[in-house]
Design a protein around this ligand. Structure first.
Ligand code: ZN
Length: 570
């Protein structure tokens, strides 16, 4: 059984971590010499509950810091955790991990917790290597700088000063002038901060490259894959995946963009019109913030009382921070507090259609987190992110038939069409981000301008039919707004891999709702106990790496958005 770590101090300090990990390390020798695995099992159990405690602390501090990045109290707590506590954790963990993986009782422990535990822990060796300890702290400081800069960023649209998140929301405004102004203001902010943003990234690339080479790799890429805890695929499979996207998704996106331009009355789709389709985009402000939680409650209750209960608990316990504010970290995330067996989410809602998808997405993560609390090994409660995004993106598809809790029936239909269009668009855009990052870490010593040029070249491969004439520099401004490129290298393709499962859930749901829901709940229960391809297999889903899967998903999407004939005729 999972148990709480005893004698927790009021504040988690570096000294406490050093002391407790030293006690655990001292138990390794006797456990190894014992005639049965009992002592090692006890040791692992205590190590596990210590891990739950500090990942709970990391979650609470990170959440409070994200809620107000300008609050000095949480800024200091976050810095202390990143610069003092985390290196101490990594140093002690590296010793324990090494002892565990060499232990003669390793398999006995694996048998108790699930064989994947050993494979999952093996991926953690290099990312925690002591040789890179200082470099990791340095990298996390740079990411923090990036996040502080973007969370404080403000622009003026329509005479009003607003956060970058709000300006981003206005890019789907029904008023053509407003969305153009918002798009220009948003991207211009990144161009105006180009040199400092490019400088932060350049240092991150150098640091990461050095970390990879310190471990004997040619560059950062193999370490980046281990950081994502990948066991089932490498850069070659990722490349083949992108090739499938190019073959099956890009032609459909080209059709969709041409159709959208025609609906807008322009020859080619203009960049500030990408987020607006006159027939399908819902007006801004359509989902008032004060109604979002109540509407979502109805939706989840109707979908599954078991999931609805998790949501009700989060509302009651203040585990949902919904509204956008200045100083709040942009974007949205879900976080697990394994020591409390709780989940929390943070969004940046502005009252628009996109908020609904984001809230449902983050709740998909939260549902998995709640359902996975019964998994004893904390390391197996949260899957690799390609698996984790199945729950979030899958929930977005399962919610589609129930969006009448948020919108009028005709608007819910438009939303559905928009969502499927978006799924195709996302496959293509993710491929840009993924190919870009491979290029960046394969060419670590290039100048920032060469990175911008690479982005443009790769963008043009996957994102057809958008006319940037006259605003060419605004094309590469996009990647500076993509926080994953800074904070979590190689994460982005995980959304595309997960989307192949999420779309399959949508297809199953259209035929058999009970089956789709049962598959979803099974995925939640699996949590992180299996590797990504085994998660697909165990849930009865087709492999993301089979090109026929991509072909059939895109075929389905094309049919759903009504351009199937156009593609076949082309
Ligand atoms: Zn997510």
């Amino acid at each position: 059984m999972y148990k709480h770590y005893p004698n927790r101090p009021a504040k988690l300090t570096k000294e406490f971590v050093d002391q407790e990990l030293a006690k655990l390390i001292a138990r390794v020798g006797p456990a190894e010499q014992a005639g049965s695995p009992e002592a090692w099992l006890d040791l692992y159990r205590d190590w596990n509950s210590l891990g739950a405690y500090y990942s709970g602390e990391a979650s609470r501090i990170g959440y409070a810091h994200a809620a107000d990045m300008a609050d000095p109290k949480w800024d200091e707590a976050d810095r202390y955790f990143r610069e003092q506590v985390n290196p101490a954790i990594e140093a002690g963990n590296a010793v324990l991990l090494d002892a565990f993986l060499k232990s003669r009782y390793k398999d006995a422990i694996g048998k108790h917790y699930g064989a994947y535990l050993i494979e999952a822990l093996e991926t953690g060796v290099e990312p925690q290597a002591p040789v890179n300890s200082d470099l990791r702290v340095h990298a996390s400081d740079l990411v923090d700088q990036y996040e502080k800069l973007t969370s404080a960023g403000e622009v003026v649209v329509g005479g009003k000063t607003m956060t970058l998140s709000r300006a981003r929301g206005l890019q789907s405004d029904q008023n053509a002038e407003t969305r153009k102004e918002a798009w220009i203001a948003y991207r211009k902010w990144f161009l105006e901060h180009h040199d400092v943003l490019a400088g932060i990234y350049d240092r991150l690339v150098q640091i990461r490259d050095e970390m990879g080479r310190n471990l004997g790799h040619e560059n950062y890429i193999p370490l980046g894959y281990l950081n994502m805890r990948r066991t089932d695929y490498g850069p070659e499979q990722a490349k083949a995946f992108r090739d499938s996207v190019r073959k099956y998704a890009v032609p459909i996106l080209a059709e969709l963009n041409a159709e959208q331009a025609e609906a807008l009355g322009t020859e080619t789709l203009l960049p500030w019109d990408v987020n607006y389709h006159p027939a399908f985009t819902l007006p801004t402000g359509i989902a008032p913030i004060e109604t979002q939680l109540e509407n979502a409650q109805h939706l989840f209750d109707e979908l599954s009382p078991r999931l609805g209960a998790h949501f009700a608990r989060m509302r009651k316990e203040g585990l949902i921070d919904l509204e956008n504010r200045k100083g709040k970290r942009p974007g949205a995330f879900a976080t697990m507090r394994p020591d409390e067996e709780k989940m929390a989410i943070l969004c940046n809602s502005t009252g628009d259609e996109g908020d609904v998808g984001t809230l449902i997405h983050e709740m998909g993560h939260a549902f998995q987190g709640w359902e996975s609390q019964k998994i004893e090994a904390v390391d197996l409660r949260w899957p690799t992110s390609d698996g984790a995004e199945i729950h979030s993106m899958g929930m977005e598809f399962l919610a589609l038939p129930r969006l009448t809790w948020f919108f009028k029936p005709e608007d819910a239909k438009k939303y559905r069409r928009h969502h499927i269009h978006d799924a195709v668009n996302l496959m293509c855009y993710i491929s840009v981000v993924d190919e870009f990052q491979h290029w960046v870490y394969e060419n670590p010593s290039v100048k920032p301008a060469e990175r911008d040029a690479a982005w443009v070249r790769i963008w043009d491969t996957y994102m057809p039919g958008i006319d940037f004439r006259g605003v060419e520099d605004y094309k590469y401004a996009r990647w500076y707004a993509q926080s994953h490129i800074y904070a979590t290298p190689f994460y982005y393709i995980d959304y595309a891999i997960a989307q192949t499962a999420a779309m399959q859930l949508g297809m199953i749901d259209a035929q058999d709702h009970e089956k789709a829901l049962a598959t979803y709940l099974k995925l939640c229960e699996i949590g992180g106990t299996l590797s990504i391809l085994n998660i697909f297999r165990a849930a009865g889903l087709r492999s993301p790496f089979d090109p026929a899967t991509m072909r059939d998903l895109m075929d389905w999407a094309a049919r759903e958005v009504g351009i199937k004939e156009a593609v076949e005729a082309a």
